[in-house]
Design a protein around this ligand. Structure first.
Ligand code: SF4
Ligand code: SF4
Length: 207
């Protein structure tokens, strides 16, 4: 029998007056640290053209093989980025991604960055493979949605030097060819990743 049977309650009483650590999620969402690694975003130039050049460096850098990219050539009738190439298909599989940020480090154009969004849970495999449509940043003031012509008189280098600050007056969106429409990818996202799926096998062979 202990000398003071009430002594053990001391721990309980001390805990009663401590600050509570319980988070009232999802009613209250605690803001993240500014550099928190959340969902990715594909960025645009200030006139709305895309920064991604379809180089696949992010996919090569990814330790979880969570990124799938297909690049394609721009044309004057259908231009998505200022240079020669753009990312026609871009997918991130959030069932694999560990949010390490190595893909962001590898990107040469700052096309790929991470947001603070962390609510990525879902109930189906397909919905956790985010497509280019879902990852592409929205349009800010002064932007025109891609595809559209390059700012007259500017070069690709000028874009990266910050000389283009908004879309040129009169810029209009070009009509995408059916094969390049974002809503008509060459294969649906849910068939891109996975050992038994032809698109994934193709991508591995090409590497
Ligand atoms: S954050 Fe890491 S795991 Fe996720 S896609 Fe980028 S490199 Fe791959
Ligand atoms: S996001 Fe960056 S690294 Fe990845 S394909 Fe596009 S330009 Fe290349």
């Amino acid at each position: 029998m202990p000398e003071n049977p009430l002594g053990g309650f001391g721990v309980t009483f001390k805990a009663m007056f401590k600050k509570r650590l319980t988070e009232q999620y999802p009613e209250y969402k605690k803001p993240t640290a500014p550099r928190f690694h959340g969902r990715h975003q594909l960025n645009r130039h200030p006139d709305g053209l895309e920064k991604c050049i379809g180089c696949e460096l992010c996919a090569w850098a990814c330790p979880a093989d969570a990124i799938y990219v297909e690049g394609a050539d721009n044309t004057e009738e259908e231009r998505y980025s200022p240079g020669e190439r753009y990312g026609r298909v871009y997918q991130i599989n959030y069932l694999r991604c560990i949010l390490c940020g190595l893909c962001v480090e590898a990107c040469p154009t700052r096309a790929l960055t991470m947001t603070n969004e962390y609510e990525l849970a879902d109930s189906s495999r397909a919905s956790l493979i985010y497509t280019k449509e879902e990852l592409l940043a929205g349009l800010d003031e002064g932007m025109v949605d891609s595809p559209h012509a390059i700012f007259p008189g500017m070069t690709e280098k000028d874009y990266y030097s910050g000389l283009v600050t908004e879309a040129a007056p009169g810029t209009v969106q070009q009509e995408p060819h059916s094969k390049n429409k974002l809503n008509e990818p060459p294969q649906p996202a849910e068939t891109t990743f996975g050992p038994d799926e032809p698109a994934a096998a193709e991508a591995v062979r090409e590497k």
